[in-house]
Write a protein that binds this ligand. Structure first.
Ligand code: G6P
Length: 605
């Protein structure tokens, strides 16, 4: 949630800040602002709405001179998305400005204390308390004031702070919110994630919780919370600039859908060596593991639901998938024989981090399956497997989800082999099936006109049901979520066998039901459920393997996908649903990459 950037150097800062913010807009996009220090003052420009409005207001930054500044794109938590509540926030004396990503949990008591002391609040935000604290503690020493103010804060925060007295100095502070420093020559940067930095530098420092840093044009110094200098590793950013651009596609989501075969291939290829799955750095003794607990949020959780079926089937270890927001408060039954698998594209989701910490506290070892290198979850994990999907910008995940599935499949095969629970012949057959996934996904991607046509037929319906069993049900969950989040159509996913326990009451003439029928062990059962909804007037769109002739006579519309192994087919089966959601949203004129009320990286509880 929220994106922050900063720049200090010889260049005009505002255009750099605006460019960085445009790359971070997926983190939040209800208001934005920049603050630039110049001639003993700080010029602040803010708008409600998108970065484009800020670019227009500032004439692409030309109207805001100065070479050191900070910027923010907001996803509102405390206070409505208005100009007043937009960051940066300034101190009453005008000496300081701050941008903040995260939540200050003790802001009410701080606000009362500061109000009592005479500080005037201009917004409803928790953030404004920070800048007044800095002013209160400032006695000519900027660093000391930042340290003292930070020590008063509880919650999560990544901060960027500037001061008129030292116009080419920025302090950044990190506690439980991502913050990366980009190193240039004669200039330095900070941002919430590397997508805002790749156009400027490939060298980055990842701050750890409790650290803060001073940025000037000539250097960066990192400190621990007591003010002692800390030596940090310089990391090389491997993502390229094109990866964070639309590259000719109308939307990031479409680009990312199309990138899936390549991303899945990149996830599999380095992990297959001499016909074996090899997972670097995994020295887990799986024979000691008596339970696998998968946790995540949103689509990552749904990837976990599909992965659960495959891991259980191949490894014969009980697997439980739990929503992180539930697990963190559920007092789960965990011990040192539990293996926790944490799924997260961003590696920064607050609930997932909290659930992970709780399980680790109780003795579980955590294996993280993450896309963003150096993210909080990757750092906290005992073992990390990266998904190598490249940057994902659209709020609705696509390649993030399918690469998570792919790593779960690799893990299932790896585990089955380590535990001696798979015959060599079957193992070799499944490795070939896994290697075939990118090609099969590509074949679905090449079916464009058919899916666009279906979108034109279905886009006007106010609600849709997605049904399936076992892995098909897991795909139904993700398919319905895609439809809801980008097209705003009410979409429900149901385990097909559960329909008759209530949901079937909602089926009426013309009600669209998307039926997933790829898991051959249960397709006949799902077909009975199709007959039941058809009998009540439903319009059925079925997704099945090419060659399944029986379904044609039942469904009103068909999408055939190439035959893949039922253990891995979720990765192929989801692709037509992603495209259907995309084209339905497009028909309905929705803002596909930035759906209303959502943000990609959910760093608040
Ligand atoms: C948000 C995103 C989803 C994502 C979920 C979990 O809701 O919009 O696409 O699945 O967060 O995010 P993570 O980064 O942990 O996978």
């Amino acid at each position: 949630m929220c994106g922050i950037v900063g720049y200090t150097g010889a260049q005009h800062a505002a255009p750099v800040l605006l460019d960085g913010l445009s790359k971070l807009e997926y983190r939040g996009y209800d208001s934005a602002g920049i603050a630039v220090a110049q001639d003993g003052a700080i010029a602040i420009s803010k708008v409600t709405g998108r970065i484009a409005n800020l670019q227009e207001k500032t004439d692409n930054g030309r109207l805001v001179p100065g070479t050191t500044g900070i910027g923010h794109t907001r996803w509102a938590t405390h206070g409505a998305p208005t100009d007043f509540n937009a960051h940066p926030h300034a101190s009453n004396d005008g000496k300081f400005a701050v941008v903040h990503n995260g939540i200050i949990e003790n802001y009410l008591e701080l606000r009362q204390e500061l109000t009592r002391k005479g500080y005037r609040f201009e917004s409803e935000t928790d953030t404004e308390t920070i800048v007044h604290l800095v002013e209160m503690y400032y006695q000519g020493d900027f660093q000391r004031a930042v340290m003292k103010a930070s020590a008063r804060l509880r919650g999560s925060y990544a901060l960027g702070i500037i001061c008129t007295d030292e116009p080419d100095r920025i302090f950044v502070v990190r506690e439980a919110s991502p913050l990366i420093i980009g190193l240039g020559i004669g200039e330095n940067y900070f941002a919430s994630d590397v997508t805002a930095l790749v156009a400027y530098t490939r060298n980055a420092i990842y701050l750890d919780d409790g650290e803060f840093a001073e940025l000037t044009p000539d250097g960066v110094q990192v400190f621990d919370c007591t003010g002692h200098p800390v030596e940090k590793k310089i990391n090389r950013i491997t993502w390229d600039i094109q990866a964070a651009e639309k590259g000719g596609y109308e939307h990031f989501m479409l680009k990312e859908i199309m990138e899936q075969p390549r991303a899945v291939k990149a996830t599999i290829a380095p992990r297959l060596k001499n016909g074996e799955v090899s997972l670097d750095g995994m020295d887990i003794d799986l024979r000691r593991v008596n339970k696998i607990l998968i946790t995540a949020c949103g689509s990552a959780y749904y990837a976990g639901c599909a992965g659960k079926c495959t891991i259980e089937r191949l490894c014969r270890i009980p697997v439980q998938a739990e929503l992180a927001s539930e697990l963190r408060y559920a007092d789960p039954l965990i011990d040192d024989k539990t293996l926790l698998i944490v799924l997260s594209q961003s590696g920064e989701t607050a609930d997932t981090i909290a659930a992970m910490k709780e399980c680790q506290r109780q003795g579980a070892k955590a294996l993280a399956i993450v896309n963003v290198v150096g993210s909080t979850i990757a750092k906290l994990a005992d073992y990390t497997l990266y998904t190598w999907a490249g940057p994902e910008i659209a709020v609705a995940t696509t390649k993030g989800y399918t690469t998570q599935l792919t790593v779960l499949y690799l893990f299932a095969l790896y585990g089955a082999r380590k535990l001696g629970r798979i015959e060599m012949e079957e193992y070799a057959r499944l490795i070939s099936a896994l290697k075939a996934l990118p090609k099969q996904m590509q074949q679905v991607l090449d079916m464009n006109p058919a899916i666009e046509k279906l979108a034109k037929k279905y886009h006007k319906h106010p609600s849709m049901f997605f049904i399936g069993r076992n892995t098909d049900y897991a795909v139904a969950l993700e398919g319905a979520l895609k439809m809801k989040e980008i097209s705003y159509i009410h979409a429900e996913s149901y385990a097909a066998g559960e329909l008759k326990h209530g949901t079937i009451a909602l089926i009426h003439e013309g009600q669209p039901v998307i039926a997933l029928c790829c898991n051959e062990a249960v397709t006949e059962k799902t077909m009975s459920n199709i007959i039941e909804v058809k009998a009540r007037g439903a319009e059925v769109l079925a997704i099945a393997f090419r060659g399944n002739a029986k379904i044609v006579s039942l469904a009103d519309d068909m999408i055939y996908i190439p035959k893949s192994d039922p253990l891995f087919c979720a990765a192929v089966e989801i692709v037509p649903l992603q495209k259907l959601a995309y084209y339905v949203a497009k028909e309905n004129g929705c803002d596909i990459d930035k759906p209303k009320n959502l943000a990609k990286s959910v760093t608040v509880e």
